[in-house]
Design a protein around this ligand. Structure first.
Ligand SMILES: [Fe+2]
Length: 370
């Protein structure tokens, strides 16, 4: 943040709250509600990311717990063990620069997909050549923050027994007053934390208000939690959004937007996040990635909003990517909250100073030393 602006804000922040709020413009998020005129999305499906070194990313992906589903010379499709045919599309960057190219969500029905295709700026395409086939609609958003809607993909049939690369035997947890696991042992071995599905992603974005209005105006994204600035309670700075599925529950957030500080001129993806099975998987997966020499960003810990057990890593291009387990699910009867930006974790290591960076400084320093 430029020094002058920082000084102005710190001076204004010392004034009594009523005066502060009159001086600063009202930057509160207006009420947001789903309705049937909006395109109804069922779930997040996959992300597209360009990497300068595709082979290096493939090594990281295997250690992170993705399964390679298909490969062409320039693209690798990675899947989890859920129903999506793939959850991560890694492409060789044409100009040698890493680039996040947005996430795709599954439309709730053919009708909803057709609605998306009629929205302003929609570009209809085919993904028949990818695992599972299907159709896609792509929207160009500011600063190359693309958004995609897919439909007609052949879903995988997940094994009812969760696959694992770490668990040999795992029964129920014995608690102090109840010991449901009797005469049976918990047995694990080292390995990657296998990924189930894409959980969420989000942007730090200068055009926060307009982009939030675009996503929530056209699709069934609704807020689970809104956070406002610690000094100015009329400036909302963060929205955690879930897909409104009515009575059905969906993840506490599948998408988030964070208002960029004034010195950030271009939107960037803060992180992407993929679900893993449980706490043991998280810790075993953490040890696996650490032993393989990858760069740990923050974790393992437990978030407050969304409750996930989290673990953030930097991939070889510097993108932050998270394993999460045990996240909250919400539905149309779960109240959404608005509160001050607070601690992001209830336990775990202290949040690193470079967590807000597009590419963590510690990662860049490490690269420079190698
Ligand atoms: Fe996350």
């Amino acid at each position: 943040m430029p020094l002058t602006l920082q000084i102005i804000l710190s001076v204004v922040s010392m004034l009594p709250k009523p005066i502060r709020n009159t001086i600063t413009p009202d930057m509160r998020i207006p009420p947001i509600a789903n309705n049937p005129s909006k395109v109804q999305l069922a779930r997040p499906a996959h992300i597209y990311v360009d990497h300068p070194d595709l082979d290096e990313f493939a090594k990281f992906a295997a250690d992170f717990g993705f399964i390679e589903e298909a490969r062409t010379e320039e693209t690798i499709y990675f899947r989890g063990y859920g129903k999506d045919p793939y959850v991560y599309v890694a492409c060789k960057s044409k100009d040698g620069k890493p680039r996040f190219r947005g996430a795709a969500f599954v439309a709730a029905s053919r009708e909803e997909f057709d609605k998306a295709a009629k929205l302003e700026g929609a570009r209809l395409g085919s993904i028949a050549y990818t695992p599972g086939g299907g159709e896609i609609v792509t929207f160009n958003r500011p600063d190359e923050t693309y958004f995609h809607v897919v439909f007609g993909q052949n879903e995988r049939k997940p094994d009812p027994q969760e696959p694992t690369a770490t668990h040999e035997e795992q029964g129920p947890f014995n608690r102090p007053f109840e010991k449901p696991r009797q005469g049976k042992f918990q047995r694990y071995h080292p390995g990657p934390a296998l990924v189930h599905k894409l959980g969420h992603y989000g942007y730090v974005i200068p055009d926060f208000d307009n982009e939030l209005a675009w996503y929530t105006g056209h699709f069934n994204f609704v807020p689970s939690d809104i956070l406002h600035h610690w000094d100015f309670d009329n400036i909302d700075v963060m929205a955690f959004l879930h897909l409104d599925l009515g009575d059905n529950f969906s993840d506490h957030h599948c998408f988030f937007l964070q208002r960029a500080e004034p010195h950030i001129k271009k939107a960037f993806c803060h992180h992407t996040s993929f679900e893993v099975a449980d706490f043991d998987t998280q810790l075993l997966g953490h040890d696996w990635l650490a032993k393989k020499g990858w760069h740990s960003v923050w974790g393992v810990g437990r978030h407050v909003l969304g409750s996930q057990i989290f673990d953030y890593w930097a991939d070889p291009s510097g993108f932050k990517i998270e394993h999460y387990a045990d996240g909250d699910v919400v539905n149309c009867r779960t109240p959404s909250t608005r509160e001050v930006v607070g601690p992001f974790s209830v336990w775990g290591p202290e949040i690193p100073k470079d967590f807000g960076d597009k590419i963590p400084r510690a990662f860049l320093n490490r690269l420079a030393e190698e």
